[in-house]
Design a protein around this ligand. Structure first.
Ligand SMILES: C[S@@+](CC[C@H](N)C(=O)[O-])C[C@H]1O[C@@H](n2cnc3c(N)ncnc32)[C@H](O)[C@@H]1O
Length: 254
């Protein structure tokens, strides 16, 4: 039997957002690979082996899964959210491009999941209703100067910006610096959404104007959406506000 590797998105955290396609792919695998806390989300099945690794070991994890698949196993690699968004599908492709030539012959499938920016956006309304982009604030794999250039270009061009990986113990100042820079390009009243641990029991969502955001309220489980000059907040007495970006723009001031 020839081996295969499926790279599977688990969604943001709640089992209800796992797609039926992802559930079927998980069930049919002989072996599961992934970051430990993500693997813990997958119910165990008799006869299926589990190979947990640390979150800094993406390249080694991808290579191990590819080696296992090349031996003939049906291997599944799990990823939080969508596997193609700042996640394992690219790590697998990097290994296939640079690794054993036999890995290019494997049956590889990427099974999509609900990515964090969509899960956060859905909690507050429709902040991604007009043009948007996603930027990882992590400067582990790219220089900080490049991140600053991209933030300025995106805000200056009127994109709503989803910020992944906003802060960590090793990267404590970058988010504050990013807000400083964004304030130079966007109105003080621009809505900023912090969505933390969406789909998990400790989920939290807040909306504040750009001039009042507190970077220390974010952690590694937070996804931030910074509105554009078009993004609005609809106040609703007794209910959470709705945040949305209208579908049309006239080009002036955006
Ligand atoms: C390495 S990236 C992985 C993204 C993931 N592949 C996805 O599609 O959502 C990790 C970042 O995603 C965001 N994130 C992942 N799950 C989240 C959740 N349940 N709630 C809020 N943000 C989340 C956070 O910004 C976190 O720092």
């Amino acid at each position: 039997m020839s081996g295969s590797l499926s790279v599977i998105g688990l969604g943001p955290g709640n089992p209800q957002t796992l797609t039926p396609e992802a559930a079927a792919a998980l069930d049919s695998a002989d072996a599961l690979y992934g970051y430990g806390p993500y693997l813990d989300r997958v119910p165990s099945r008799a006869g299926q082996t589990r190979h947990a690794s640390d979150n800094r070991e993406e390249g080694a994890r991808a290579a191990a899964a590819l080696r296992h698949a090349a031996e003939g196993a049906r291997v599944a690699m799990v990823s939080g959210g969508d596997p193609g968004v700042f996640a394992m599908a690219a790590a697998v492709c990097e290994q296939i491009e640079s690794g054993d030539a036999a890995w290019r012959q494997l049956d590889v499938a990427v099974v999509p999941g609900v990515t964090a920016m969509l899960a956060v956006a859905a909690r507050v309304g429709a902040p991604l209703g007009h043009d948007f982009c996603a930027i990882s604030l992590s400067d582990n794999l790219k220089p900080w100067e490049l991140i600053e250039r991209r933030l300025a270009a995106a805000a200056g061009a009127g994109f709503v910006i989803a910020l992944y990986n906003p802060i960590s113990r090793a990267r404590p100042w970058q988010l504050g610096k990013a807000f400083e820079l964004l304030r130079q390009h966007l109105p003080a009243s621009t809505p900023v959404i912090f969505g933390r641990a969406i789909g998990r029991p400790d989920e939290k969502v807040t909306v504040s104007p750009l001039d009042a955001v507190d970077p220390s309220a974010a952690d590694m489980a937070t996804l931030i959406i910074v509105g554009s000059a078009l993004t609005r907040v609809i106040e609703r007495p007794g209910l959470a506000p709705l945040v949305y970006t209208p579908r049309s723009a006239d080009g002036a001031g955006t």
